[in-house]
Design a protein around this ligand. Sequence first.
Ligand SMILES: [Zn+2]
Length: 593
Amino acid sequence: MPRIDPHSYADSAQPRTKHLRWTLSVDFDTHRLDGAVAHELAAPSGGPMDLDTKGLDILGVTDAKGNHLPHRLFPEEPILGSRLRVDLLPGSTEVHIRYRTSPEAVGLQWLGPEQTEGKRHPFLFSQCQAIHARTMLPMQDTPAFRVTYEAEVTVPAALTAVMSAGPEGAGSGADTGRRSFRFRMPQPIPPYLMALAVGHLESRDLGRRSRVWAEPATVEKAAWEFAGLEEMIAKAEGLFGPYEWDRYDLLVLPPSFPYGGMENPRMTFLTPTLLAGDRSLVDVVCHELAHSWTGNLVTNATADHFWLNEGWTVWAERRILELLHGEEEAALGWAIGQKSLEESIARFGVDSPLTRLETDLAGVDPDDAFSSIPYEKGALFLALCERTAGRERWDRFVREYIAQFRFTSITTADFLGFLDKKLPGVSAAVGAEVWFHGTGMPANAPVFRSARLEELGALAGSWSSGRRPGPAEIAAWKPAEMLLWLQKLPRPLPAGDLEWLDRSLSLTGKGNYEILVEWLVIAASSDYEPVFPRIREVLLRVGRMKYLRPLYGALGSHPRTRALAREIFTAAAPTYHALSRRVVEGILSKYEA
Ligand SMILES: [Zn+2]
């Protein structure tokens, strides 16, 4: 069986889907999607065809003429789900499947009105990366197989549906009180980029090809925060070549969204924690935009090559930031990334195979392997290649790489082959083999220095000897500078120091979640009671895993606050996404064991 992806039943010797025609009815009462999907095959073919499903009720399988096709749903395997095997008649061109999703589908989060900003309407959003598209529809759920799709989504009339696709109009649904939205995605995408959101949504135009969607209560704030989007797109095109997806729209989700952003093509999904009110966290948008080239256009063939998506995108994000705000600002970004890389390596252990760039995740859930390593180690590897080749040659290589592999899914070996062909000697000079297959961090990892970084490091380093920044100095700090200084402070700190910090920097009231959470983690790991109410407030509101992990970790590490962590989690868990719940469970059980 030539299975090409350890996380999919897709078989390269079998018929393959080229295009999906998908009809969905969204039921907020039962938390189910009623779906029908027609798979158009790449070529007329017959014999068995294995599809990935998880938690789906399969209601019927037919060919294009409506003839019943024999099929079998295999028992569920914990990571992969259930294989659906359909037996096609010779010369088949289509497979039609009627099905229903499970209320527990990991790829879908159903929010009650109380979990939205407006408090009046329910909300639904999908998150298919890495292997959750199969909880939304039966398909060959491997990034190695790309598909185009069209969809018709029927929702309650007061709500709007958006997808990772171009809108093709809306009309009244067959039932009264329902509305249907049509979409088309003409560019082939990997299944993890299938995306749907339904809610009480409004939009504001940001530029000639971009718009932001959000709940009415948030949309003006979002439009202000992301006003610089068109300039960002133009800078990215200068680096990587033309933007190939026609439109670049954004959707700001309710706060339970488990990630910072998800690069769903034509419709990036974002956490509302980016709305800092001072445009200081738009680097996440820069990252998701960069995925339009690295990830969405050139895609990792399996989760083992995830660094090809994320390492490239972090590297790209910092090059865009450098163009927009200069080298100093990009160096701050690299320094913040270095900190999260070190934390991830410490979490797995320096010898863990999960610290390799190319991984072997057979039998491992990609969600459990998720960390900063493919992001930051991958980006450092590419920065080293850039320094070795020289920027001009490297930038030419980047454009050639994207042009060569656009709309395909590739492995680390494909990348390496192309590097050796175009820039001979570079992979040997940087020791690519050690980067790809060695654990921990190679000794030749590039270091990003800047005068500002040194100053901030020295200032934080002299904390213990009593040096404190003055009010004018603090007032002149950019948010990233304040964050870096906080990250470098010693901890735990005595109550008097914490009191000084909060008074001088107004930390507990910060709207910038990066700074706020860094502060709350310092305070929690110092067992500083005055901030407990704010920690509770943040954990009850926000489900972004990046913040849950350190906050629950800090509370859990102290015997006195362990019970508090469990108590907050019990109250917050029903509002968290299944992925976030699992992460917190893992953290708390470690401490309680
Ligand atoms: Zn990314």
